[in-house]
Write a protein that binds this ligand. Sequence first.
Ligand code: UD1
Ligand code: UDP
Length: 377
Amino acid sequence: MTIFGTRPEAVKMAPLALELARRDGLQALCCVTAQHREMLDSVLEIFGLRPDYDLNIMQPRQTLSAITSRCLTGMDGVLEEAKPDLVLVHGDTSTTFAGALAAFYHKIPVGHVEAGLRTYDDYSPFPEEMNRKMVSAIAGLHFCPTPANRDNLARENVHEGVFLTGNTVIDALRTTVKDGFRFGETVLNGLDYGKRKVILVTCHRRENYGQPMANIMTALRRVADAFPETELVYPVHLSPVVQEAAHKYLDGHPRIHLIAPLAVDEMHNLMARCHFVMTDSGGLQEEAPALGKPVLVLRRETERPEAVEAGTVSLAGVEEEAIFQKAAGLLTDAGLYERMAKAVNPYGDGQACRRIADAVEWHFGLRAQPPQPFAAG
Ligand code: UD1
Ligand code: UDP
């Protein structure tokens, strides 16, 4: 049984749920908590995935405790009824933690997809870093995207049941990006990607709420003001906290386009056409390098150092001046831009779902050998 609840988990678990469903020896069940509602449903629709169970837990301005307790209580009934032999959770959200904990309470083994990411700062990202650590303690199977993720687990003495698979997000990306893609969002069809410098922006992390988010928004407006050749496209997360901050600081600018969250195929195709990306998202930090797009990370740290080391991602922090200077550098220094705009794939080769499904079959004795590990190129 795959369990997930938010947009990024859905993007990364939908291709895996579909791959598991194709395996004859397995019965694949899918349970969504709907920690996100609209943003989850949009992904399910794009991938044509129909969950078997839907806990429908989302509430406006939900607290971490409310998400966790509603997931745990809801999962009890589902696990009682379905009695899965293995639960797969993804990443680091409250759904991830509660799904793993619920499975543990029912003595059902847990596999963790996207295991081993760490910043080693419990409050950044918050609460995701602690969620990952707690899920690592519960899980018996750990599907690590990169060698560095595997090494993090080894340092925590987790050696058994560890598989190096690549990240399923690269599998997802391979199905969505297309030449000649026509956007449903009219603003996006109206932009001249050849002549204008389109900067794709997203921002939503809880640890950025308050002053950091105000700094980020102010820096974005300065970038638009200082560089008339830019168009900033910002699909704003549905969190009311984020909506308020984005509209307060960025409304009314002719070249800042605040739009609704994009369907994932629209998002990936916009990323493939933009000049560069400014984001605090985890997923975008993995997707943009694969498409050869520089990324400025609007955070103090990242649990995804691979693309920083490869040179396509740069940490811009959460101070206005530093963010503005980083963006100005990419807009004025052609050499810097070229060095950052090279396609790298440290996170996967599009085969992560196959490897994870193979590992699950091996775990159940349906396959003689475990999958060959992902070789990061
Ligand atoms: C959650 C995850 C975060 C992940 C992010 C991806 C936790 C604690 N946080 O944060 O790790 O990076 O998702 O986007 O698990 N809302 C809607 N409709 C939607 C989605 C959200 O209205 O489809 C609004 C609701 O008012 C909700 C609020 O957004 O209460 C916040 O959602 P929540 O899941 O609590 O936090 P995120 O910031 O989205
Ligand atoms: N995404 C999307 N539409 C948007 C913004 C993001 O489809 O308007 C996708 C993005 O391409 C990536 C995932 O959602 O696959 C990332 O989600 P998010 O940034 O919300 O969460 P994070 O990755 O930071 O946990």
